[in-house]
Design a protein around this ligand. Structure first.
Ligand SMILES: Cc1ncc(C[n+]2csc(CCOP(=O)(O)OP(=O)(O)O)c2C)c(N)n1
Length: 334
């Protein structure tokens, strides 16, 4: 167990350091927006370790860090937050909306829930084409109220799509607590209505999340259909960099969840098992911090995407009115 647990820990620490840095960068006005995943790192990291590289992942706001676990370069990842030219999406998405074809992670839309039917559609395509791909799609507790949630689960259940739904129940949809979101706040029970097995797992125990994801993915891959995993966790930070949670919730509850930190749990287990000691942990912090400093420098110093790129990727053949607009814009910039 020791090497996998250390690997898990390393990814968790890397994600946490990056997430904390992004909070700082946003506060410094260097990045426009950030949706933190503090305390919820287990799910994106476990997804990266549980799935095959050829499987497809549809993240929501807090899971795109899975790209890094899949080997996506850190500086390119950060370039999306800065909107600089290193970003393959050319600065067109809001920060915290990473995606990359290179690692089979699909672009997320801020419109809650839209990724759910998309993932089911891709899973059904894989099934029809007899490809072994599994699709894992993430959602928050709030997304269970969206019509797309019900359409996606119904289609997945009826057509037995090789799909794994992972609901990160962090107990808030911005200011709306889960008890006001749903008359049944045991969200995993919703799966039964669509003929899917549903399971709730402690979302703050990365090893339990990893095991549950592995068995759900194996089930989908074996042709046994979709499943629904609810990771019970807590959003210890604000909804996003534009939110102040102290205005709508009791922060003593937050303090109790902060004491159940998922990374501290894995660290404790490693220390107890003698698989980690303080000096090697300090060395890891230093190594990951240096890597992060360098990646921030590279991502931020890259120039912005060229203005001419605005007209790319819209049509296969550029229509006359865009030819005209491009000429006018580029002409006026000379
Ligand atoms: C269709 C839609 N409705 C409302 C919103 C506004 N909105 C943005 S984030 C959010 C809460 C999402 O909560 P949840 O699904 O629990 O995910 P979390 O952000 O907590 O991870 C809402 C309601 C939106 N973006 N899209």
């Amino acid at each position: 167990m020791s090497a996998p647990r250390l690997e898990l820990y390393r990814h968790l620490r890397r994600v946490r350091l990056l997430d904390e840095r992004l909070v700082q960068l946003q506060r410094q006005g260097r990045v426009a927006f950030h949706g933190s995943c503090a305390g919820q790192e287990a799910a994106p990291v476990a997804a990266g370790l549980a799935l095959e590289p050829s499987d497809w992942i549809f993240p929501a706001l807090r899971e795109s860090y899975v790209m890094l676990v899949r080997g996506y370069p850190l500086a390119r990842y950060l370039a999306q937050d800065f909107g600089s030219s290193l970003d393959p999406s050319k600065g067109r998405q809001m920060p915290s909306h990473q995606s990359a074809r290179a690692v089979n992670v699909v672009s997320w839309s801020s419109c809650i829930g839209t990724q759910l039917p998309q993932a089911v559609g891709m899973a059904l395509a894989a099934k029809h084409q007899r490809k072994p791909h599994v699709c894992m799609v993430f959602l928050g507790d709030g997304a269970t109220s969206h019509p797309d949630f019900h359409a996606a689960l119904n289609f997945a259940g009826v057509f037995r799509a090789p799909c794994v739904f992972v609901c990160q129940n962090n107990q808030f949809a911005i200011s709306v607590p889960v008890e006001r979101q749903s008359a049944n706040s045991l969200l995993y029970q919703k799966a039964a209505a669509y003929g899917l097995p549903g399971e709730r797992v402690d979302g703050n125990d990365p090893e339990l999340v990893l095991a549950a994801m592995r068995s759900a993915a194996a089930r989908a891959r074996a042709g046994d259909g979709p499943s629904f995993l609810e990771c019970l966790t807590y959003r210890v930070g604000p909804h996003s960099s534009s939110d102040d949670p102290s205005r709508y919730r009791d922060e003593t509850v937050t303090a109790a969840w902060l004491a159940r930190d998922p990374i501290a749990l894995v660290r404790r287990r490693l220390l107890e098992a003698g698989e980690l000691d303080e000096p090697s942990d300090d060395a890891l912090t230093l190594e990951l911090t240096e890597e992060l400093d360098e990646a921030v420098r590279a991502a931020e110093q890259a120039p912005p995407p060229p203005v001419s790129s605005l007209f790319d990727d819209v049509y296969a053949k550029r229509p006359w009115h865009l030819v005209e607009q491009a000429a006018e814009l580029l002409g006026s910039r000379r």
